[in-house]
Design a protein around this ligand. Sequence first.
Ligand SMILES: Cc1ncc(COP(=O)(O)O)c(C=O)c1O
Length: 421
Amino acid sequence: MNNFKLKKNDLFVEDISIKKLAGKFATPFYCYSSNAIINKFKKFESPFRNSDTIICYAVKANPNIAILKILSNLGAGAEVVSVGELRRALKAGIKAKKIVFSGVGKKFSEIKFAIEKNILQINIESIEELELITKIAKNLRKKVQIGIRINPNIDAKTHTKISTGREEDKFGLNIETAKKIFLNYRSNPNLDIVGLSVHIGSQIMSLSPFKKAFLKIKNFIKKINKNEKIIKFLDLGGGIGINYKDEKIINFNSYAKIISDISNDLGCKLILEPGRILVAESGILVTRVLFIKKNKKKTFAIIDTGMNDLLRPALYDAYHDIQSIKKGIGRKSLYTIVGPICETADTFAKNKLLNRLNTGEILFFKNVGAYGASMSSSYNSRPIIMELIIHKKNFSIIRTEDTVLNQISREKIPSWVSKIK
Ligand SMILES: Cc1ncc(COP(=O)(O)O)c(C=O)c1O
């Protein structure tokens, strides 16, 4: 079902009019379709339903507690990369035994909290991290389940800034180091090293890099498990891309097939960590045109949302389609769509052909449910914006807009400053 429909000079998200919402609430705001999330999760999960698999949603894609709760109700676990994400996942009711903790730079306090909460697994990314976990676990008299994140040296053929599986990337450990870890740490009474994990990047559009990476891991598991079943958990990460602009996406059944082909004779429990694919298409960013400005080269449409609300275009040159909710008539024009932030990087589209835009007109960005709100900031002292979710005929605010007063209230002027002349 298509949860976003343009009709009668309006956009409907499920049964709710965006024109009405934009009349009620100040723009910009994020707006999600709950059905889009529910349907995508069910579709993704379906080929894995009869296998021993935990779908650990990558919280970084969109950490809103309401979205976590929806996914938790559908049976998802969580993949987290900070204690903040871990707290959110627990608060949303995700069982600790369905949570894996990844990331190259976990702090002492974060590791301690994760161990105290008895989460399923900590995926380690360095020997120093493993040493620290050992110490903390010993002090707490706990045995911690460990996964070793492998860097398979595979190029995911995605944007370089979201490639994570090449040797030059900071993520994971090579197979030689992983072997040493098994030799040197396996008998440690505070560690239960039973997992391997791999995540080679995000917005991956072809199965081939997955296949190559998974095969490397499979061969390694076969060696390690030759005489004794040491590896019991195989975490294959996330990374499936979505269609932002005329891109052909990976078929879930084909993805599931390569996973079953590599894993069916290993007897491991599977963990998958999808993020973007579950939520990206569920979200739009609603904005208004502030001004139209022409110079000799361009016509700018200056809108009321900026790179602080949606960073992906500035950070990765990422494409997000932008449309008006109005059905266009008459001549089209080329617009460069920019935000109000004092950076030239605050550009969302160059020379985009759109129906004639007017000041105050409502536009929306598509496919911003993942890495949209989650990457937002208050740069230029712009408050973090509101998030709404729609469920059929109802809408709910799932994050209120921050305020500048709130931001300022956390800042302090030391007394000595007043003496400066
Ligand atoms: C370890 C790990 N797992 C899963 C994900 C989710 O990736 P995606 O949103 O592309 O599915 C990420 C994202 O970078 C990650 O770092």
